[in-house]
Design a protein around this ligand. Structure first.
Ligand code: AHG
Ligand code: MN
Ligand code: MN
Length: 327
């Protein structure tokens, strides 16, 4: 079977990207080992502080962030690091040609209950080589990403990656410690009968999203004429992985639960890298109006509504929003 190193050798046109991915995926092995030990490695529970977004940090949020930051700061290609858990981006090597952004631990509420969590990353070009990087350098649309991917720490550890037109999946072999290629050209079915949403927020959604979910729940007795099924991992990385494996729709829509947030998910650390993977696998990713990858960011921590997955289903949600906005 092909190792990740061999895959990168064949597919990556940019040796700096290869080295950065190698650094991230090496840290992923450490996080995976810590998760396997769980309580025995003293990684569960609260860290006792909040991140810049006012969210309680878990011990593993902090640990995963520190491990990634430390390893990436040492990488000569890395000009700066931005993370969901850091107030501001951290400059690294000013002569580096790349910026990296990550959600070190996605699905934090799953850590303490032994459920799937992940690490999401996005790599952007650095435009001011030779000068010290700052937050503004990261404010590039998702369509500028040179690479993106995630590590899913589930029953096994899986790496999903895009560095060219393809999306590839690797499984971490605990015996050899290598990531081995399991799928070279991931493709998502255009249609689906599975959807993921936290329906407890229903009363905060906008009318077109309420209408969409009402239609799915009505199933074959309603306008859709067939039944749908819900799945919710409570870690985007798990829901996106399921969609890449067997299709589906995932949404964390606009809601009015917290007037300071346009949605729950973060554009730079979650929505952009996942949208690149989904689009390259033949799916679609939108905020219900605009293509996610075309959103021009104004803040490294900004939030965005997300609807992604099987193309025809996502297009239908978008159509409901357009019809509502025009009426
Ligand atoms: P994070 O743990 O990085 O803060 O992200 C959690 C996100 C996302 O992964 C998941 O889809 C969603 O929050 C879960 O939200 P609910 O708590 O509403 O289920
Ligand atoms: Mn997350
Ligand atoms: Mn996180």
């Amino acid at each position: 079977m092909m190792t990740l190193a061999q895959y990168l050798n064949h597919h990556s046109a940019n040796p700096a990207v290869t080295e950065l991915i190698t650094t991230v995926t090496d840290v992923g092995k450490t996080i995976s080992q810590l998760l396997q030990k769980g309580a025995l490695a003293d990684i569960l529970g609260e860290a006792g502080n909040q991140n810049v977004q006012g969210e309680e940090q878990k011990k593993l949020d902090v640990l995963a962030n520190d491990l990634l930051l430390e390893a990436l700061a040492d990488n000569k290609h890395c000009a700066g690091v931005a993370s969901e858990e850091l107030d501001h981006a951290t400059p690294a090597n000013k002569d580096g040609s790349l910026l990296i952004l990550f959600d070190p631990l996605d699905g934090s509420s799953n850590i303490d209950i032994n459920m799937a969590v992940g690490t999401i990353f996005s790599i952007l070009p650095y435009q001011r080589q030779g000068q010290i990087s700052a937050d503004e350098d990261f404010l590039q649309a998702g369509n500028q990403q040179l690479a993106a991917g995630y590590l899913l720490y589930g029953t096994s550890t899986v790496l999903t990656l895009t560095i060219d037109d393809n999306v590839a999946m690797f499984s971490l072999d605990p015996d050899s410690g290598d990531y081995l290629l399991i799928e070279e050209q991931v493709q998502i079915s255009a249609d689906t009968s599975e959807y993921a949403i936290n329906a407890s927020n229903y009363r905060y959604w906008q009318p077109p999203m309420q209408q969409y979910i009402d239609e799915l729940i009505a199933g074959k007795t309603g306008v859709r004429g067939r039944d749908f099924n819900t799945r919710w991992v409570a870690a985007m990385v798990g829901d996106v992985h399921r969609i890449l494996c067997r299709g589906g729709l995932f949404t964390y829509p606009f809601d009015t639960k917290d007037p300071n947030k346009a949605g729950k998910l973060r554009l730079m650390y979650e929505a952009n890298p996942m949208s690149l993977l989904i689009e390259r696998a033949g799916g679609m990713a939108t905020d219900a109006i605009t293509r996610i990858l075309d959103i021009e960011p104004t803040d490294i921590h900004q939030r965005v509504p997300v609807v992604l997955g099987s193309k025809n289903e996502v297009a239908y949600v978008k159509q409901l929003h357009s019809a509502h906005n025009e009426s």
